[in-house]
Write a protein that binds this ligand. Structure first.
Ligand code: AMP
Length: 210
């Protein structure tokens, strides 16, 4: 089993959903910079106050803030823990910083076309408490508007509204897509078509990981 996995792919490609399933079924710790930042914003921490404006417009939060945040998290992992990075790294500078701290065994790239991404993101609903995600058509909660897992009220992330989604896809292409080649050159890359049902995609993800 691969120990350190980076999930690559545009926003809406299923990194969070597949990362969560890998955590549940195979015991990985999932570290999502997006979840950490949203929590910091909710709690009004200094990091949250600095990050909010960038996140609201779909821009990237500056590298130094993200790299410091992840350094602390990585340092606090127990030795030997399997870890999945979801939404990090998003720039070459972040990937270099990660590589200085930990050896990446696999960069798993989820490939999904743009029109599908827009559909997934604009119809996504998120739980503010446990970070579970739903889709209004493909993966609706059992009770409308309520999280199956913890009973909290679901919301639409501000950055899942259509105007911001288009900017996030542009930011992805400009800043994060180069990481596909970055990990390919290191011989770490595997690409999976991220379309089909969540379980079908998960079968392919598991094959790549085991
Ligand atoms: P996500 O939940 O991964 O889609 O992240 C939501 C937002 O948080 C992004 O649009 C960025 O504004 C910010 N963010 C998350 N991860 C990173 C990162 N590694 N580098 C810079 N900004 C990030």
């Amino acid at each position: 089993m691969k120990r350190t996995i980076v999930l690559l792919g545009p926003p809406g490609s299923g990194k969070g959903t597949q990362g969560e399933k890998l955590g549940q079924e195979l015991g990985y710790v999932r570290l999502s910079t997006g979840d950490m930042l949203r929590e910091a914003v909710r709690n009004g921490t200094p990091l949250g106050l600095k990050a909010k404006e960038y996140m609201d417009s779909g821009a990237l939060v500056p590298n130094d803030l993200i790299i410091n945040l992840m350094k602390e998290k990585i340092a606090s992992l127990r030795a030997g823990t399997g870890v999945i990075f979801d939404g990090f790294p998003r720039t070459v500078e972040q990937a270099d910083a990660l590589g200085e701290q930990i050896d990446v065994d696999l960069a798993l790239n989820l490939d999904v076309n743009d029109s599908e991404l827009v559909n997934r993101l604009t119809k996504r609903r998120t739980c503010p408490e446990c970070n579970a995600v739903y889709h209004l058509d493909y993966n609706p909660p059992k009770k409308s508007g309520i999280c199956d897992k913890c009973g909290s009220e679901l919301y639409q992330r501000d950055d899942d509204k259509e105007e911001t989604v288009m900017n996030r896809l542009k930011v992805y292409r400009e800043n994060t897509m180069p990481l596909i080649e970055y990990y390919e050159k290191k011989g770490k890359l595997q690409t999976i078509m991220g379309v089909g049902s969540i379980d079908e995609i998960f079968e392919k993800v598991k094959k790549a990981v085991l």
